[in-house]
Ligand binder design. Structure first.
Ligand code: HEM
Length: 556
């Protein structure tokens, strides 16, 4: 005891002095005392709130990754950490368990590693897993006129409303409709080829993302907004400028959103006074573009183009037939049957065109960048693809292959899917249980509101399902290899009725670009790409530090 006192003595003295100083400072200052007490109590409350479920997985006795205050299992403050930590956890647990638990901030999430369980959740029992998560959807439901457009985005809509909008707009992406999109996409690919041609001397290092970003932006501008924009030109168009702004967020914007989230009654004020918090100038621009285009088409001042606007307008005024012919299993799985026939208004058309741009621009540009990079590193596979492309041009007497020829190019399809297998732009997908649910074949019970997740790149590199998990091996998508694994091991577009609605558009855009480029150029590796590829922590989406680069050589 004496020894302890001797050791603690100097610290006790410091503590005593600290208490004396604190008492002197706060004496006669009740406001300061109250503020300190409130700050302490709120910190304790926040801590308790976030950590209150941190023992859930341990209690259930399933494998899990511990939660830490405030982020959960890993630092969610750096979004791109999802690309590294979640696949790592999947690999650690998948051999011993079909699922494991992790924490997203304070929320427990059950991650599924078994494709057959995913089939149950995403397809068979879909009606119990319609929502991605309760964080989606309602945030912009009330507020100013332009903010409300963001509350109508397909990605975040919930329940019956989502089902109705999804079922209405799904038919615009059938293969019959995509055929009509080919002309628009081909036109934008000409500008892209010209741009690459400027540096095709075998020695210039070409940065891929910017060029493919212009290509996918122009493709969506013409197909979804009815605008011919040339992002490759020297002058930046308003469309490109405002679209780029939508992908940025600054401190003031974060503060405004926090205010909306935290202050009770804020929604009422924003709604009553029509106050917009989120990207008003940009949203108004896109709103006006589409509204005036719809008006001009209705009044016969603008010709019908059969682009996505025309098709969406058709979809809200009449039933578009779905063509089920030749569908693969996962396309059949996406079919959604809805009975109700509520009207959808033009604002929904505007909101949907905007979500197509948000969801389709960067994902497709990223896929094309990785595909070109992979081809530059794998000359054998590139030769094989060029052979297929040359044959398609020869069959079309030197013209660009038509839609059905592009769809029949099996190696092209394999190269794109293999790229997406290794480099899925979306790091994790989630579903929320709509009611209590027992995972088939297990005694794992989910409660209403529980969240499940699955990690595309991890499932897609799991050696249980893939013969060459770490290699670029397009033969993974040959008939034989496909027949030997669960189709639910490939999740780059998700699966089931809530999978990516734009998948066919994205694949067509990527195929047209690769056909046009492989016809004209050979990709060569560039030393400017930093290898091994490491996810850039400053990027929100999949992208490596230093970017992706190639060199190009013109073909004879
Ligand atoms: C290579 C390109 C693309 C990839 C890898 C991709 C991937 C995905 C993924 C993983 C999801 C979530 C699926 C799920 O939760 O199961 C999704 C949803 C979605 N995608 Fe894509 N996407 C791509 C391109 C596009 C394009 C071009 C468009 C539009 C033209 C688009 C529009 C959407 C929309 C609207 C949703 C939400 C669907 C809903 O909630 O009903 N995507 N996408």
């Amino acid at each position: 005891m004496e020894l302890w006192l001797e050791k603690a003595g100097p610290w006790l003295e410091v503590l005593q002095r600290g208490v004396t100083v604190t008492v002197q400072v706060v004496k006669g200052r009740p406001r300061l005392v109250a503020m300190a007490a409130i700050a302490t109590l709120s910190s304790v409350a926040v801590y308790k709130y976030i950590t209150k479920n941190f023992d859930k997985w341990e209690k259930l006795g399933i494998p899990y990754e511990e939660g830490h205050f405030p982020y959960g299992s890993f630092n969610m403050g750096v979004i791109s950490n999802m690309y590294t930590h979640l696949p790592e956890y999947h690999m650690k647990h998948c051999a011993n368990s079909p699922y494991f638990g992790w924490y997203m901030f304070g929320q427990p999430v059950l991650n599924i590693t078994d494709p057959e369980i995913l089939r149950s959740i995403l397809v068979k029992d879909f009606n119990n897993f319609v929502e991605r998560s309760s964080y989606d959807g309602d945030f912009f439901k009330n507020g100013g006129k332009y903010d409300k457009l963001w509350g109508k985005q397909l990605t975040g809509l919930r329940g019956e409303e989502w089902k109705h909008v999804r079922a209405t707009f799904s038919p615009i992406f059938t293969s019959g409709k995509m055929k009509g999109m080919l002309e628009f996409i081909k036109m934008t690919s000409d500008n892209m080829v010209e741009k690459f041609d400027e540096s095709a001397n075998g020695t210039d290092d070409v940065s891929l993302k910017k060029i493919f970003g212009c290509y996918t932006m122009d493709g969506l501008a013409t197909a979804a907004f009815g605008m011919n924009v040339n992002s490759f030109g020297s002058e930046e168009s308003l469309f490109t400028k405002y679209a780029a702004e939508l992908f940025k967020i600054n401190g003031l914007e974060v503060a405004k959103l926090m205010l909306k989230y935290l202050v009770p009654g804020m929604d009422f004020v924003l709604e009553t006074f029509n106050i917009n918090l989120w990207k008003k100038k940009e949203t108004k621009f896109f709103y006006d573009v589409i509204k005036s285009s719809i008006k001009a088409r209705r009044e016969g001042r603008q010709e019908r183009r059969n682009d996505l606007i025309d098709l969406m307008m058709d979809a809200i005024t009449q039933d578009l037939p779905t063509d089920a012919e030749g569908q693969e299993q996962y396309e059949k799985d996406m079919t959604l049957k809805v009975d109700n026939n509520k009207a959808i208004d033009e604002d929904m058309v505007v909101a949907t065109a905007m979500v197509f741009m948000m969801a389709g621009y960067d994902t497709t540009a990223t896929t094309l960048s990785y595909a070109s990079y992979r081809l530059s590193k794998h000359p054998e596979q590139q030769d094989k693809l060029q052979e297929e492309v040359d044959q398609a041009f020869a069959d079309a007497d030197g013209e660009f292959p038509d839609y059905s020829t592009i769809q029949s190019m099996t190696y092209l399809d394999m190269v794109i899917h293999e790229t997406l297998r290794l480099h899925s732009p979306v790091p994790v997908n989630t579903r929320e249980a709509g009611a209590d649910y027992t995972i088939p074949g297990t005694n794992m019970h989910l409660k209403k509101g529980d969240l499940v997740s699955f990690v595309p790149t991890a499932l897609q590199k799991d050696p249980a399902h893939w013969s060459h998990p770490d290699d670029f091996y397009p033969e993974h998508f040959s008939k034989e290899e496909k027949a030997g694994r669960s189709p639910y091991a490939f999740q780059a577009f998700g699966q089931g009725p809530r999978a990516c609605i734009g998948m066919r558009f994205a694949l067509l855009e990527a195929k047209v670009a690769l056909v046009a480029l492989c016809r004209k150029f050979t990709f060569l590796p560039s030393t400017k790409t930093q290898e091994p590829l490491v996810q850039d922590p400053s990027e929100q989406l999949l992208w490596p530090i230093g970017g992706l680069w190639v060199r190009l050589e013109r073909r004879e």
